[in-house]
Design a binder for this molecule. Structure first.
Ligand code: C2E
Ligand code: CA
Ligand code: CA
Length: 784
């Protein structure tokens, strides 16, 4: 069996406490009452015994009087006196017998003046008689003495026999018997028992009792120690009434049955117990009621507290109570109200910007979340204060804040119909407007921008603000909060490059942006791992048709996005600061491949492309030397292709770096020549060895007279400056022949070979060697 949990609730404790209290009090009162009852019964009994004692004495006195009056008749009887006068013993005895029977005496004795027995009807010897009895008889007319004889009690009465003058003494013994006991018992409402003992120390013997006392009772009572007025007996309240004076040979015992009073006592006790029980039940009921009426509002408040803590809205309970409960309820309701106020305040600060009072980023998140969930439409105007950090830095935060407040005020005026106006970044504001057409939206944005760009008066100093403005439409331009945030940022970035316009988000921008982000992220792994490989495209000597050099072109196959154009990822590497690592890696790869094909007997120069940013890389020269330096101490057969633009960006620095590279033994080639604005005269000052005419002029060379003009004159002029010329993008043998006829030095293009992996180079070299006669023949044919 499981033991009940010992923890009691508030109500349980209340009930338990009350019940225990009532039990204790009731028991105490009950016990007191019972003790009182007990004492009362005892006192009652003792009072009754007192009365009984007095009654006993009274009855004894009456009896004595009666006996004396009878005796006085006897001693005056003529016949009796005559018998005494006769002096004849037989006559005297006969008269004594007659008369003693008449007065109901048990025995009688006749004595002369000298107390000698004249006649007697006593069976045994005459017991010793007190002098005092004779004295009393002389002075008062009678003497009395109690006597226990053979276990019986007797009252001895002594009267003088006068005729006149004392003739004799007459002594009569009256037995104490059940009759006397019965009289006393009846009058005092007690049980009466007479007992006697013969010697001073002997046992008492009962010799008479009132009716209704059985033998066993007699036995038990009679043996009880004497000499005390009360005797302890489990069944009786007892009073000892001594009859025979000091010797105490005769006693009357007055008895009141304890059983009856005990019975009464128990009956009372039962009644008290019933009363206590009744009080208990009443107290328990009262406690329950109190606990309920006290406990219910407390529990209701507890429920309310739980509900307030939870999500569901809660109403205060209709607490009916007074005093403390009402106070508790009041305090509780106040607390809940204050909590709600504070919650309200927290909610307000959580969704509002403390400087401008507009919504904050949280407000935007909440708004767009429900917007997207409910598929609602919305037009967005975004505004960015381009110079806030400058204002903060130079004029202080306080002024910066006032600028923001001023902006917010103007925004409120410009977008009175906004569903949400929020400051969503330090310098960024958004107005979320009801849906409208793109044209309308642009108009609204322009108008607002015009308002906001108006000089703001702060301390009577006008501040003109530069503001980027963008627009987006939801959900057309973004399907979730993340997209929205990203595309907003993207559009703001674009807008900062185009001041004074309203920049609209262009679909697809974000996707390409994301692709770029992914490529930038993955490029690092490709560089450090082995995600990049090199391909090599042959360059042929146009005069001989011989393979003299290859151009190293990097290749990246992205695990998810497939082949990525080097133009795309090199641009991203530049933008993300990875270009030096990339170039360093490429240089390492090419050096390894070049050693490989050299060991296979291929004697080929290699051209490597450098990014514009590589020219600003301090460690470039050292790294190239480290990768390519041969036993002879220089980097023979190495060409470095640098675009026009790269050189022209920072000609001073380019000059230094290119000179360094030149002195290492590398040749410098200007790539994509013709696409920039460098003039040949500028190039002359640089340690450049070669020009690579951009493929855009070569691809359609045979069909474009314009291109032919450019290419031919470039070749001529370059030669004039002592520069070699390379043509790339040769896609047809006709172009090849044309360039040959113009004495272009080197040619490169799909018509000769596509870029191939290093491992294929020996094969490609063989094929080109085999094609060589044909190439040369074709050109002679074309030219002729
Ligand atoms: P680029 O330096 O002008 O390289 C020549 C590009 O023209 C190569 O494209 C090549 O495959 C292509 N090409 C060669 N012959 C023909 C032809 O007959 N017809 C046509 N249509 N194209 C031809 P690719 O490999 O895609 O490289 C593109 C650009 O990427 C390169 O232009 C270069 O600027 C850059 N790049 C490639 N590899 C590297 C590298 O390792 N380092 C650096 N810094 N840039 C590189
Ligand atoms: Ca190139
Ligand atoms: Ca090129």
């Amino acid at each position: 069996m499981r033991i009940l949990p010992v923890t009691l609730g508030f109500r349980g404790r209340l009930v338990a406490t009350m019940v225990v209290l009532v039990v204790l009090v009731s028991l105490a009162i009950g016990a007191l009452f019972m003790a009182y009852l007990f004492e009362e019964e005892r006192t009652r009994a003792l009072t009754q015994l007192d009365i009984g004692e007095r009654l006993t004495e009274e009855v004894m006195a009456r009896r004595t009087n009666l006996e004396l009056s009878r005796l006085s008749v006897v001693v005056q009887d003529f016949g009796f006196l005559s018998a005494i006068a006769s002096g004849d013993r037989a006559t005297m005895e006969s008269a004594l017998n007659n008369h003693s029977q008449r007065v109901d005496a048990a025995f009688a004795v006749l004595m002369n003046q000298d107390r000698q027995v004249l006649a007697s009807n006593l069976a045994g010897a005459l017991p010793e008689l007190n002098n005092a009895m004779f004295e009393s008889a002389i002075h008062q007319g009678y003497g009395r003495q109690w006597l226990a004889l053979d276990g019986q009690g007797f009252e001895l009465l002594l009267v003088p026999v006068q005729a006149p003058g004392l003739r004799a003494w007459m002594l009569a013994g009256f037995a104490l018997g059940s009759q006397t006991a019965g009289v006393i018992a009846r009058l005092s409402d007690t049980t009466v028992l007479f007992r006697a003992r013969s010697g001073d120390r002997g046992d008492y013997q009962a010799f008479a009792t009132s009716p209704g006392v059985n033998e066993a009772q007699q036995e038990s009572l009679v043996q009880t120690v004497s000499g005390e007025r009360y005797m302890d007996n489990p069944h009786y309240f007892t009073r000892v009434v001594p009859l025979s004076g000091r010797d105490n040979h005769l006693q009357a015992l007055l008895l009141i049955s304890r059983d009856a009073s005990l019975q009464r006592y128990y009956q009372r006790a039962g009644e008290v117990a019933m009363l206590v029980l009744g009080i208990l039940v009443a107290a328990a009921l009262l406690a329950l009621y109190l606990a309920r009426s006290l406990g219910r509002p407390v529990l209701q408040l507890a429920d309310y507290a739980r509900a307030v803590g939870g999500d569901t809205p809660a109403e205060p309970p209709p607490v009916q109570g007074s005093g403390e409960i009402r106070q508790l309820n009041q305090a509780f309701t106040d607390m809940v109200r204050r909590l709600r106020e504070r919650e309200e305040q927290i909610r307000y600060t959580a969704t509002h910007d403390d400087i401008t009072g507009l919504g904050n980023r949280n407000a935007l998140v909440q708004f767009t979340r429900s917007l997207f969930q409910e598929h609602r439409h919305c037009s967005v105007v975004g505004l960015r204060l381009d110079e806030l950090s400058e204002i903060n830095d130079s004029l202080g935060l306080e002024l910066g804040d006032r600028v923001l407040v001023g902006m917010a005020k103007r925004l409120r005026e410009a977008f009175t119909d906004a569903q949400l106006l929020a400051r969503t970044g330090g310098d960024e504001f958004l107005a979320l407007l009801p849906p409208m057409s793109s044209g309308q939206l642009e108009q609204r944005a322009l108008a607002a921008a015009a308002q906001l760009r108006k000089p703001l008066l702060l301390d009577s100093t006008p501040f003109s603000l530069r503001i980027s403005v963008v627009t987006l439409e939801l959900p057309e331009d973004a399907a979730n909060a993340n997209e929205f945030r990203r595309r907003l940022n993207l559009t703001f970035e674009k807008a900062s490059d185009h001041p004074d316009t309203v920049m609209r988000y262009q679909p697809g921008e974000d996707e390409s942006h994301l692709r770029e982000l992914q490529l930038i992220a993955d490029l690092h792994a490709a560089i450090t791992g082995d995600g990049l490989i090199m391909h090599y495209q042959p360059k042929l000597d146009l005069a001989t048709g011989q393979l003299v050099q290859v151009e190293a072109l990097v290749r990246w196959r992205h695990p998810d996005l497939g082949q990525i154009s080097p133009e795309e990822f090199i641009f991203l590497a530049e933008r993300s600061g990875q270009i030096h690592d990339l170039t360093a890696h490429i240089l390492t790869l090419v050096a390894r491949d070049a050693r490989q094909w050299q060991s296979q007997g291929l004697d080929l120069g290699v051209a490597i492309n450098l990014s514009a940013l590589d020219l600003a890389w301090r460690g470039l020269t050292e790294h190239i030397a480290h990768c390519f330096r041969t036993d002879e101490g220089d980097v023979g057969h190495l060409t470095l292709e640098v675009t026009e633009g790269a050189v022209m960006e920072d000609p001073e620095n380019a000059m230094v770096v290119l000179n360094e590279l030149r002195s290492l033994g590398a040749l410098i080639s200007v790539d994509d020549f013709g696409t920039g604005y460098s003039s040949l005269s500028q190039l002359r000052r640089l340690p450049v060895r070669e020009l690579k005419i951009d493929k855009s002029f070569v691809l359609n060379l045979t069909d474009e007279p314009q291109d032919q003009l450019i290419v031919k004159s470039t070749i001529d002029m370059a030669h004039g400056l002592g520069l070699k010329v390379v043509a790339e993008g040769i896609e047809s043998l006709d172009t090849w022949a044309l360039l040959q006829s113009w004495h272009c030095d080197l040619g490169q293009g799909f018509a000769l070979s596509r870029p191939v992996p290093a491992a294929d180079l020996p094969r490609v070299a063989g094929e080109l060697a085999a094609r060589r006669p044909k190439l040369m023949k074709h050109s002679t044919e074309t030219l002729s």
